[in-house]
Design a protein around this ligand. Structure first.
Ligand SMILES: NC(=O)c1ccc[n+]([C@@H]2O[C@H](COP(=O)([O-])OP(=O)(O)OC[C@H]3O[C@@H](n4cnc5c(N)ncnc54)[C@H](OP(=O)(O)O)[C@@H]3O)[C@@H](O)[C@H]2O)c1
Length: 248
């Protein structure tokens, strides 16, 4: 059956790409005005008036600095907003005796991001407000029957928006187009649970230099000296499960 997908955050960086890789999917892509996830009334109204069998939940307050400056807003959008969707999905499932697949775009920032190589069962101890608010969203999604939580970090090779990058920050950051394709795959796949989605670990500098040859090298401490919140040291993830699922 062709999946009918409700996507939140479709005007955002990732949401836009997911819409582009829509092989075999048909999308409902409301603006944040038509579906404001922080409003129970808005969520109930939109989900009552539209039918779908999958949600890809990309909407978030994804800017770390803004999350630190306004934790209430971060938890309202990332945790309460996700809970509003989850509660309505559960209601629809009960009243319509149907099953809705819920794909939640989470972050590698739910891990401590100190030693790296985190697998899906590693302890989740976020290092800043953004991570905690996304972990709150994860918790609500886990109460559903049919869900996939994608822990990730992504970048756009054609638009690397900084002039220098640290050679002592390690991540599993993945190209945005590849992530969008994997999300499309996971809509149709039956995998249920938490999944790390990324590349093999390397430093941020080595990841980006081939896409932006004039990129300058810096240290993590050069970045953190101007910040009043923590960023990752080693956010690398074990991606064995992802490889197994994609090759099956
Ligand atoms: N960027 C990264 O490197 C990264 C890494 C790991 C995970 N993620 C996760 O990936 C997802 C997408 O991130 P992104 O970088 O594409 O984000 P983004 O470009 O900042 O876009 C955020 C989206 O969320 C929507 N939104 C915000 N508040 C909303 C509300 N109250 N109701 C409905 N929609 C609302 C925005 O709509 P408006 O434009 O109308 O405000 C926008 O479409 C997020 O869940 C994020 O946590 C991002």
């Amino acid at each position: 059956m062709r999946s009918k997908v409700l996507i939140t955050g479709s005007s955002g960086k990732l949401g836009k790409r997911v819409l582009e890789f829509n092989e075999g999917l048909s999308f409902l892509s409301p603006s944040s005005k038509d579906l404001d996830i922080t409003s129970e009334t808005s969520v109930n109204k939109f989900l009552n008036q539209n039918s779908f069998n999958t949600i890809i939940h990309c909407a978030a307050l994804a800017r770390m600095m803004e999350c630190e400056e306004n934790p209430n807003k971060a938890f309202l959008i990332n945790t309460q907003g996700t809970l509003n969707l989850v509660n309505k999905v559960r209601d629809i499932e009960k009243s319509c005796k149907t099953n809705i697949r819920f794909i939640y775009i989470s972050t590698d920032g739910v891990y401590p991001c100190i030693n790296g190589n985190y697998d899906e069962d590693s302890p989740t101890i976020p290092y800043n407000i953004y991570g905690w608010s996304k972990l709150g969203g994860e918790t609500t999604v886990r109460s559903l029957e049919n869900f996939c939580i994608i822990r990730t970090r992504f970048f756009d090779p054609l638009n690397i928006p900084f002039s220098e990058s640290a050679d002592d920050i390690i991540t599993s950051s993945i190209e945005i187009d590849r992530l969008a394709k994997i999300i499309n795959f996971l809509v149709k796949d039956e995998f249920n649970g938490v999944l790390n989605v990324g590349n093999e670990a390397t430093t941020e500098f080595l990841r980006y230099i081939s896409h932006k040859p004039n990129l300058k090298k810096c240290k993590r401490s050069d970045i953190t000296k101007n910040l009043n919140f923590e960023i990752a040291k080693n956010a690398s993830m074990n991606i064995s499960l992802m490889k197994k699922i994609l090759s099956s």
